[in-house]
Ligand binder design. Structure first.
Ligand SMILES: *Cc1c(COP(=O)(O)O)cnc(C)c1O
Length: 400
């Protein structure tokens, strides 16, 4: 009899008790709005910003309503103009092109490699052909491109880089925290990311003017001096009255929940990686299945697992997905012709002009993706790998 996995792929861990206690305190005193503080009180949102800035070694940090909000605010804060072109990954999730559209930009897609990172040759070609001056780089599913090479290309071409670190909070490239290479780094604290406040986002930069604009945009009114991890007052002189208030603040309740999770993030990252490595080990040497190599410079936090079935026929990949689903293993397939659940792709974002992305289409047609919540045990991960290996092998052998 074939065994079935019964775990829940969308069940995250509970909020740590210290976070619950801190949240209850905020609710008891009632000052949930970040600018509603008692005398000498420092708002939880401000403390979170200071702690996150210290964690990534950035000068300034702003907490906001969502990761997507942070991305759009970042584009406006670097003064992207209406109708400007913004390079971005053809393989990413809907909030990324959505943020570009929200800020009034026009997405120009860059191909993905079989290692699931931005293709730097195509980036160079698209910089030249589009004349774009902005890159919104998505570290999709936590795979980090060679950031030294990418920054060399962008710096030489005068392209400003905004990093979408929704999947790389806590990760590094060559010792540098993800989000610290570009002019702005954006993070999400939505439930399925590395720290969980339901919704929420963080934006970091070392540029005082950019931080001042982002702060005004987020809805600081004239209260920006209370941002201990914010830009100095002088940075607001020229821009405070010229920057619209596009409300998108974080509140003290969510900040209170996040602070203890941030303190535990590195330890959580090790737990995620232990799970990832168990799945990876269990899938080694599975004929027809390609494991995504992880470069030694990449210090990742793997909260999900990807593999490809290179050059398989679409219906066979679909069969693997269905057979795994029948055994309780939820794999997302990026090659489906209709977007499903959280999954969509460049050709389903119809508000963007269609762009030919042959290499990305080829990679995505064989790409399967699995969440690894920390509620799964290491033994669960062994079992998941067993099921995937068995089902991939069964479909592969029927064909060969
Ligand atoms: C979740 C996510 C975002 C945006 O985060 P929200 O907080 O949900 O707005 C951006 N990019 C990627 C790749 C994501 O997965």
């Amino acid at each position: 009899m074939t065994r079935k996995f019964t775990g829940n792929f969308t069940q995250q861990e509970a909020i740590p008790q210290v976070g619950i206690d801190a949240a209850v305190k905020v609710m008891q005193h009632g000052r949930l709005h970040r600018y509603n503080v008692a005398q000498n009180e420092v708002a939880e949102a401000v403390l979170l910003e200071q702690e996150f800035a210290a964690y990534v070694g950035a000068q300034y940090c702003l907490s906001v309503a969502s990761g997507g909000y942070a991305l759009a605010a970042a584009l406006r804060a670097v003064e992207m103009g209406q109708g400007d072109k913004v390079l971005t990954n053809a393989f990413t999730l809907a909030p990324v092109p959505g943020a570009i559209a929200n800020a009034g930009g026009v997405p120009v897609f860059v191909e993905v490699t079989e290692n699931l990172v931005m293709d730097l040759d195509d980036l160079q070609a698209k910089i030249a052909s589009s004349g774009a001056r902005y890159l919104m780089l998505s570290h999709m599913r936590g795979h980090i491109v060679d950031m030294d090479a990418l920054m060399a290309i962008c710096d030489a071409a005068g392209v400003l880089v905004i990093e979408d670190c929704a999947h790389t909070m806590g990760a590094h490239w060559n010792g540098v925290p993800s989000g610290r290479h570009g002019i702005v780094g954006c993070y999400s604290t939505q439930t399925f990311k590395h720290i969980n406040s339901g919704e929420g986002g963080l934006l970091i930069t070392n540029d005082a003017q950019v931080m001042a604009r982002a702060t005004m945009l987020s809805g600081s009114y004239m209260l920006y001096e209370s941002h201990a991890a914010g830009a100095p007052s002088e940075a607001f002189n020229d821009i405070a009255l010229d920057t619209p208030n596009c409300s998108g603040r974080m509140d003290n309740l969510r900040a209170a929940i996040l602070r203890p999770q941030l303190a535990a993030l590195d330890a959580q990252g090790q737990k995620w990686n232990a799970r990832y490595q168990r799945v990876e080990a269990g899938l080694q040497n599975t004929t027809g299945l390609r494991i995504i190599p992880r470069p030694k410079e990449e210090d990742y936090i793997a909260s999900s697992f990807q593999f490809t079935l290179p050059d398989w026929q679409l219906d066979k990949v679909h069969t693997v997905q269905k057979r795994c689903a029948a055994r309780g293993v939820e794999l997302k397939w990026f090659g489906a012709d209709r977007p499903v659940g959280f999954t969509s792709r460049h050709d389903s974002w119809r508000y963007v002009d269609a762009q030919e992305m042959p290499q990305t289409d080829r990679v995505l047609s064989g790409l399967l993706d699995m969440r690894l919540p920390l509620t799964f045990s290491l033994e669960d991960c062994d079992f998941l790998a067993d099921i995937i290996r068995e089902e991939v092998s069964a479909v592969y052998q029927a064909e060969h």
